[in-house]
Design a protein around this ligand. Structure first.
Ligand code: NAI
Length: 713
């Protein structure tokens, strides 16, 4: 019994190959698919009654790319060039066989075709698509650190020209069927009900059984090769643009440029070999493995509730209560109403509550203007948010998210006021950014139903939510929190209670290292640029300005207060203290911080920094600054694992990339350690500790782990 496709030859001699990968919502390329397609091709070739073939899908979409779980397990085991070649070459051999079979081959695209799915269509001799506005066509492999390895980098430029192809290959852009037709990637659009018939007719009417690039005097449209002025310019511009964007942290776009540049100057057979060679180099590079594992396989699982306690029935939130209609509360109300929930948005005055609702009104108006919503649907979302000042109106809520000022006594008071009216089963969650959950739960009469749901700002844009389990939080409460986060289409991670939880704690080591470097006399521009070159979205000083130096200062003071004698000031404290207490440079919102914010120009590093933090004569190498900024975060994450703040490395990796922008090429803070190699990581930390201070000292447990050679995956 076939697992992936079936073949049926009709009375006219047209073979209909129907793709239907068993047990998968989307058709994906797997080793079984390959084997079955190979068998089908043999049959089509050897049966003289078969005049040609049509490839169609039995599912709503045509085909996604390769099965990423299969790719992940493959890249994890590929260690040599020979192994990489053995994996990559057959991908091309199969579609090449299809292309050169000698009978017309047609792709009947009923819906989306991405990656290997579109490459199958590109190998065919004719492509007809159903008129379907939901269809997306594209080669998004670059987004997972790979290149299209089943002919995409060779057939697409030969079909539409190098410049146009590169735009799609390097960006991983998706096209609608109309766009694909305009770009001549597909040949025809027909009504869905005519799709198969039109495809069959191509075979019956004697459509060509080869592709143009297999003909004698074929030339790549628009030219190829470095001697062609337009092409040379495209590659010069493309390389510069890619380098600027990726800062050489991501090898895939460069490999794509190389495969296209070299391959298009040669016959297709050799071009395909070049493509396989470059795919091989990417398979051997840890970046692809890191990105696929964290951003696709593990993120996908987290989005489906991988961290949900088993055995607790799923429950959707119908009505959410939000306490505090400030910046965070307003955002939480918006994403929840957008997900279909009713929202009671409570603040101290009707005006403030209304102001919180107006935030959604503003965002929805923008969506309408951009055509992402129509007036009626925007109105429906808005009508779900009810501003209120009356705690009694929370009576029907099945989940509460508290987002009042960061003040323990105030949070305790609203907890009591709320619990007096809500049903006994309702879960109470706090969006506190710093106050330990177990402590806040002391104000609750049902601490087992008390949990942290920590959003990031701006709520509507940030993809991560950090769920914090307090000492008394029970499993049903955790399940409810996860269900809610899934409902609003964000990625949940689950961590245990601790000061700063996981994300704020590790993020704090990044900003602290930035201030420490400044205090040591490292040039501010070197600090900021090294961070960006490592792949962080902004430098530590810029991000401190964004969240405000003042806020970081408050958090530090609170920790000092809470910890008493146990508190030891962080290495960056003298810089932070000076900025806040002496210089009153509190951050962007206050108009000045590490940067200055002229009204008529872009922000720039404040020249006065040199006076207060004198620049040292000897400056470190940029690589050393990058190392310090990355290692301190990875090491703190390792400590979170050791202390049980994190119980699963997946949470650490997802949280670091989605929460504060730790570079995606690393796969996250713990994948970074595994990529370096845990033994090498520990040795490097010991060197850093000697050079810069004990914050880099690896613990005995980490050293023991390294000695055992035990990474995180
Ligand atoms: P905010 O100051 O913008 O909003 C707080 C709101 O709570 C105000 O509208 C205030 O009127 C209201 N409020 C005060 N007392 C109240 C009461 N008794 N009953 C009802 N409402 C009351 O503050 P923001 O930034 O929205 O922060 C709220 C919470 O979220 C804090 O705990 C904060 O630590 C946390 N948080 C903040 C993040 C941020 O980036 N701003 C990120 C993650 C968490």
């Amino acid at each position: 019994m076939n697992q992936c496709l079936s073949l049926h030859v009709d009375a006219d001699g047209v073979a209909l190959v129907t793709i239907d990968v068993v047990g998968r919502p989307m058709n994906v390329l797997t080793p079984t698919f390959h084997a079955e397609l190979d068998t089908a091709l043999e049959q089509i070739k050897n049966d003289p009654a078969v005049r040609g073939a049509v490839f169609a899908s039995a599912k709503a979409d045509f085909m996604a790319g390769a099965d990423l779980k299969w790719i992940l397990s493959s890249v994890s085991s590929i260690k040599t060039r020979e192994q990489a070649w053995a994996f990559a070459a057959p991908l091309n051999a199969l579609f090449r066989k299809l292309e050169t079979l000698g009978k017309p081959m047609v792709a009947a695209l009923n819906g989306t075709a991405l990656g290997g799915g579109l490459e199958l269509a590109l190998a065919c001799h004719y492509r007809v698509a159903a008129a379907n506005p939901a269809t997306r066509l594209g080669l998004p492999e670059v987004l997972v650190g790979l290149l299209p390895g089943a002919g995409g980098t060779q057939r697409l430029p030969r079909m539409i020209g190098i410049r146009e192809a590169l735009l799609l290959l390097v960006e991983g852009t998706h096209l609608t069927v109309e766009q694909a037709l305009a770009q001549k990637i597909i040949d025809r659009i027909v009504p869905a009900e005519d799709l198969i018939e039109t495809a069959k007719r191509y075979v019956l009417e004697g459509g060509r059984a080869s592709n143009p690039w297999d003909e004698k005097h074929f030339k790549v449209p628009g030219g190829a090769g470095g001697l062609h002025a337009g092409v040379a310019q495209t590659f010069m511009g493309g390389t510069a643009l890619v380098s600027k964007r990726t800062l050489h942290n991501y090898p895939a776009p460069i490999a794509i440029l190389s495969a296209v540049y070299e391959g298009t100057q040669l016959p297709i057979e050799m071009g395909l070999q070049i493509e396989s060679t470059y795919l091989g180099t990417l398979l051997l590079d840890p970046v692809a493995r890191n990105m696929i594992r964290t951003l696709f396989v593990n993120k996908g699982a987290a989005d489906k509730g991988a961290r949900r306690p088993v055995g607790v029935p799923k429950q959707a939130v119908k009505t959410l209560g939000v306490l505090g209609a400030g910046m965070m509360g307003a955002g939480i109300a918006y994403v929840s109403a957008r997900a279909g929930m009713g929202v009671m948005l409570l603040d101290t005055t009707a005006e403030k509550a209304q102001h919180g609702r107006a935030y959604s009104e503003k965002l929805l108006a923008k969506e309408v203007a951009r055509g992402q919503q129509n007036d009626a649907s925007a109105q429906r979302v808005l009508s779900r948010i009810e501003p209120t000042t009356d705690f009694a109106s929370l009576m029907g809520c099945d989940l509460i998210v508290e987002a009042v000022f960061e003040d323990r006594a105030l949070k305790a008071a609203v907890t009591r006021q709320t619990e007096a009216v809500i049903p006994s089963a309702t879960v109470f969650a706090s969006n506190t950014s710093t106050l330990p959950i177990t402590g806040l739960a002391e104000a609750s009469s049902r601490p087992q139903q008390f949990i942290g749901i920590h959003f990031f700002s701006p709520v509507e844009k940030m993809p991560l939510v950090e769920i914090i389990v307090g000492q008394h939080t029970d499993e049903a409460t955790l399940a409810r929190a996860i269900d809610y986060v899934i409902q609003i289409k964000k990625t949940p991670i689950v961590v245990n209670d601790s000061r700063g939880f996981y994300t704020s704690r590790v993020f704090g080591t990044f900003t602290n290292e930035g201030m420490t470097l400044l205090g040591e006399g490292v040039k501010p521009a070197l600090i900021e640029n090294a961070a960006k070159m490592a792949g962080l979205p902004v430098g530590p000083l810029a991000v401190l300005d964004e969240v405000t130096v003042e806020l970081a200062y408050h958090v530090t003071q609170q920790a000092q207060l809470a910890l008493g004698a146990a508190y030891t000031p962080a290495s960056g404290w003298p810089v932070m203290r000076k900025m806040v207490e002496d210089l009153k440079r509190l951050g962007k919102r206050h108009g000045q911080g590490f940067y200055e914010y002229p009204a008529d120009a872009r922000k720039r590093l404040w020249p006065g920094l040199a006076e207060h933090f004198p620049v040292a004569l000897a400056q470190p190498d940029v690589a050393e600054v990058k190392t310090r900024l990355l290692y301190i975060q990875a090491l703190e994450t390792a400590r979170c694992m050791e202390e049980g703040v994190l119980t699963d490395p997946i949470d650490g990796d997802l949280g670091s990339i989605l929460g504060w922008g730790f570079p995606a090429w690393t796969g996250g803070t713990l994948s970074f350690i595994d990529t370096v190699g845990i033994a090498a990581f520990v040795t490097e930390c010991e060197r850093l500790a000697l050079a810069y201070g004990p914050r880099f000292q690896p613990s005995a447990a980490l050293k023991a782990r390294a000695a055992r050679g035990e990474g995180y995956y």
